[in-house]
Every structure is written in structure tokens, then in C-alpha cells.
Design a protein around this ligand. Structure first.
Ligand SMILES: NC(=O)c1ccc[n+]([C@@H]2O[C@H](COP(=O)([O-])OP(=O)(O)OC[C@H]3O[C@@H](n4cnc5c(N)ncnc54)[C@H](O)[C@@H]3O)[C@@H](O)[C@H]2O)c1
Length: 247
């Protein structure tokens, strides 16, 4: 197998890599020759094709820093960091409790800040690297029942662009992939509610390609940003079957 097609090293950190889109990203990057370190709150990482699995809640700043530093000590500075971990509960905003907001913000926004903050210094010192942040089309166009989640994902998109600007002179590139509805355990858990399931069916009907994305569809876009030659930064790519065509 050839090594990864980019110059900064071989460590790829993937958050939320145990299930769904994250597991497909782990497989994609491992196949490209990266040593993949997974940070996930689910302990099932041992079965993945990854070099290391750390049981970490991305919302926990200190545990994230420990895991990122342990992976870096073993494999060198991260060449690629994929902020993929995310979570949502579909509910109208008027029914949301502040406790739910805090959890959503912790996982979907603060988690991205924690991981980026832990990884960025050694990437800058190494002369560069790539961030690929998995946001959502909800962060580009909004989504009913997902107000706080949408706010977090919009925040991730803006954060990614700011890091792309700050990181450019250090060789650090940052881009976002925005999945549309994708067949994963997260989507399945939402579909267990009949009202949400109806919304999902309507979304598939409204999708020009008339189908859900697969985790592998999203992983292919992540793989592109992880390994393209190095002149794409601050960009947002939807993988949504054409559901959103945001300019
Ligand atoms: N599935 C979709 O339709 C869809 C659409 C748009 C965006 N997304 C985004 O794609 C990403 C992956 O979603 P998915 O559908 O694969 O979800 P999933 O629930 O199937 O898998 C998420 C993974 O992240 C882990 N995780 C969740 N919270 C965590 C935390 N606090 N700390 C560490 N690990 C945590 C879970 O254990 C799991 O392994 C998320 O950021 C999600 O918001 C998904």
C-alpha cells in the first residue's frame, strides 16, 4: 500500500469514528495509509481499522487534550484532523430546555474547538496539515426541529473559514463537508419518531437524486479534502444528492 498522498505525516485523528459516517471515514483514511486515531465516547473502537482508539467525550477539554497529545507523541503531529462527532435530538425550539442546548453545543460546537485547539500547535510547528470538519446542510440553510443543532453547525462552518484564514500562512488548510440526510445510526434513531420519519421521507422526495447518502459518500468527500494537492481551503461541500444547492 502507498502512504497518504500528502506531505505532513501519517497521523489522522477522527472524532466519532466508531459508527456511521465516522466509521466510513476511518476506513477510507486507513485505506489511504494513515495511522488513524479515533476519539469517541463509545468504547467499541477496538474493532475498527484504526491504530488507536481513545474513549473521550469531545466536549471534555482536558480528556481531548490528553488523547490528542498521546496520539501525537506516538505517531507525530496530525496530518489530518476530522471533526466528525455530532449528535442531535429533533424537537421544536419552543420545547427545548436549556440543558438540551448545552449538550448540543458541547458536542457539536465546543467539541470542534477542543480538538482543533489541542491539535493545531503541533500541526503549525510541522509546517501544515488539514482540518476537515463535518458540519451539516442544516448549518447552511437551517432545519425545522433542529434550531440549536443548526446554530452549532453554522458555527462550525464559520469557525472552519476563520481557521482557514489564520492557518494559511502556517500551511494549515481547513474545509467543511456538509452531509445531507445520510443512512446512519443517528438518522435511524431520529426515524423512530413517526413525525420525524415523515419529515425524512419528504426530504428524500425533495432530493433530486431521490435517495439518502451513504456514509461512504460522505467519507469520499472527506478523503478529497484530506488528500487534494493543497490549494483548497475555507470551502464548504454539500453531499446531499442536490437537496441543497447553496451558492
Ligand atoms: N446522518 C445524517 O443524516 C447527518 C446529516 C448531516 C450531518 N451529519 C453529521 O455527521 C456527523 C456524523 O453523524 P452520524 O450520522 O454518523 O452519527 P452517528 O450517531 O451514527 O455516529 C456518531 C458517532 O459520534 C460519536 N459521538 C457522539 N457524540 C460524541 C461525543 N460527545 N464525544 C465523542 N464521540 C461522540 C458516537 O459515539 C458515534 O460513534 C455528525 O457531526 C452529524 O451531525 C449527519
Amino acid at each position: 500500500m502507498n502512504g497518504p498522498r500528502q506531505p505532513y505525516g501519517r497521523l489522522a485523528i477522527v472524532t466519532g469514528g466508531v459508527k456511521g459516517i465516522g466509521a466510513a471515514i476511518v476506513a477510507r483514511l486507513a485505506d489511504s495509509g494513515f495511522a488513524v486515531a479515533v476519539l469517541d465516547r463509545d468504547p467499541a473502537g477496538e474493532d475498527l481499522p484504526c491504530a488507536r482508539a481513545y474513549r473521550v467525550d469531545v466536549a471534555d477539554h482536558d480528556r481531548v487534550a490528553e488523547a490528542v497529545h498521546a496520539a501525537t507523541a506516538e505517531f507525530g503531529p496530525p496530518a489530518v484532523v476530522v471533526n466528525n462527532a455530532g449528535w442531535d435530538r429533533v424537537q421544536p425550539f419552543v420545547e427545548n430546555e436549556p440543558e438540551l442546548w448545552q449538550t448540543l453545543i458541547g458536542v457539536n460546537l465546543v467539541g470542534v474547538l477542543n480538538v482543533t485547539h489541542a491539535a493545531l500547535p503541533s500541526m503549525r510547528e510541522a509546517g501544515g496539515g488539514r482540518f476537515v470538519n463535518v458540519a451539516s446542510d442544516a448549518g447552511r440553510v437551517g432545519s425545522s426541529g433542529e434550531a440549536v443543532y443548526s446554530a452549532c453547525k453554522g458555527g462550525v462552518i464559520a469557525f472552519t473559514k476563520a481557521i482557514a484564514r489564520e492557518g494559511a500562512r502556517h500551511g494549515v488548510l481547513a474545509n467543511c463537508v456538509c452531509p445531507g440526510p445520510t443512512a446512519t445510526p443517528l438518522l435511524e434513531s431520529m426515524r423512530s419518531d413517526p413525525a420525524t420519519d415523515k419529515i425524512m421521507e419528504a426530504m428524500v422526495r425533495a432530493t433530486p437524486l431521490r435517495k439518502l447518502a451513504t456514509p461512504q459518500d460522505v467519507a469520499a468527500a472527506v478523503g478529497f479534502f484530506a488528500e487534494e494537492p493543497g490549494h483548497v481551503t475555507g470551502q464548504v461541500l454539500s453531499v446531499s444528492g442536490g437537496l441543497t444547492m447553496s451558492g
